[in-house]
Design a protein around this ligand. Structure first.
Ligand SMILES: *Cc1c(COP(=O)(O)O)cnc(C)c1O
Length: 366
């Protein structure tokens, strides 16, 4: 019998694509068209119209026929100024902080010395270790989602990881780890510690001012959660000697010229994003209080989302979907996250719509 073209292709894929990649499923992003989108930690507010106009005018002047500045100088200068970065700190831009996680992991992790992170935490740490064909050590958080510092230190001693990731605050649990525990981990780690501060704007805590205090620290951030998720810009800050190594694995034009030109203009209006973060924090308290009043278990959060445990989380998720509201259902993803929904804070009216559905769900079950 003649092999069909499809058979030949499938066999070629099976013997050519890495077995671990074939076993992987892609990172699923649900189609949210027509939904109130409370699943991805986006800032719910649009740009003020005058700023959107100014952005349009600036982007119209970009020479789209030319490659972007490979060193993204204007964008980096704007970040340095906005963050008051020390002049002797190095900075690396990524196509989102996702790309920086990938670059740092592939620079450091090897088959014999891998990556270590608390669990549950951001899923990309594990995925990137896998992509780098390096072992990944997951150390369980305590049931209140604090670091189990003794278990962390013991695992670091045993595994001698090349790289430790700490999301500060943590996703998907929302809490901020104890700063003294973090410091002990930095000092105990033979390799590098990457502190991922995706939610710094909602946390009132940061290791960025201390990044040069330790020989093995890098702080990774993103503008995604503060209101620029569409730009795809993340930044990493560390000593220039470290940044120089990571820069070797960065694709030369990884941040497009539209994003590079938008960033300085938007950061010049950092007050707009700071005000929006304030509004999100106020709504966060209101949503958390309301959920607790309905009888949900609400975990402390220093992010722009709330983790809530409730009876019938799957049914609550389904009721929200039926009402065209998308959140993240974490039930089944990890034993510590049983019956938990992760709810991104939206606008006041979006949050009201969510509370309406969850209020009815929870009072019916009570
Ligand atoms: C959202 C998130 C990121 C990814 O951010 P991008 O810059 O949009 O790629 C990284 N780390 C954590 C902990 C996050 O929650």
């Amino acid at each position: 019998m003649n092999a069909t073209a499809a058979d030949v292709r499938r066999r070629c894929i099976a013997r050519t694509v890495r077995a671990d990649v074939r076993a992987l499923t892609r990172y699923e992003v649900p189609d949210a068209a027509g939904f109130i989108k409370l699943d991805a930690m986006e800032n719910p507010y649009a740009l003020p119209p005058a700023l959107a106009q100014a952005l349009g005018a600036a982007l119209s002047r970009v020479a789209i026929n030319r490659y972007p500045d490979a060193d993204a100088r204007a964008a980096k200068d704007a970040l340095r100024e906005t963050l008051s970065l020390p002049a002797d700190a190095g900075i690396l831009l990524g196509n989102g902080s996702d790309e920086l996680i990938q670059i740092v992991t592939s620079t450091l992790a090897r088959p014999d010395t891998g990556v270590l992170a608390p669990d549950p935490s951001f899923v990309m740490y594990r995925r990137n270790a896998l992509m780098a064909q390096a072992p990944f050590e997951a150390v369980a958080l305590r049931s209140d989602f604090a670091l189990d510092i003794d278990a962390m230190l013991a695992a670091i001693e045993r595994a001698r990881p090349a790289l430790v990731f700490l999301a500060y605050p943590n996703n998907p649990t929302g809490n901020l780890f104890d700063a003294q525990d973090v410091e002990r981990i930095i000092r105990a780690t033979p390799g590098m510690v990457a502190i991922d501060e995706a939610y710094y704007a909602f946390a009132d805590a940061s290791f960025l001012p201390r990044v040069l205090e330790f020989p093995n620290l890098i702080v990774i951030r993103t503008v995604s959660k503060i209101g620029m998720a569409g730009l795809r810009i993340g930044y990493a800050v560390a000593h220039p000697d470290w940044i120089g190594e990571f820069d070797k694995l960065r694709p030369p034009y990884n941040v497009g010229s539209l994003a590079q030109s938008a960033l300085p203009l938007l950061l010049a209006h950092a007050d707009v994003f700071a005000e929006q973060a304030q509004a999100i924090k106020a709504e966060r308290a209101r949503v958390a209080d309301a959920l607790a009043t309905f009888g949900a278990g609400v975990f402390p959060t220093k992010t722009n989302f709330v983790l809530a445990r409730m009876p019938g989380a799957d049914a609550a998720f389904a009721a929200l979907l039926a009402a065209k509201i998308l959140v993240k259902n974490l039930h089944g993803s990890h034993p510590l996250l049983a019956h938990c929904l992760r709810i991104t804070i939206g606008t006041r009216s979006e949050n009201d719509a969510l509370l309406d559905v969850l209020g009815r769900h929870l009072t019916q079950r009570a």
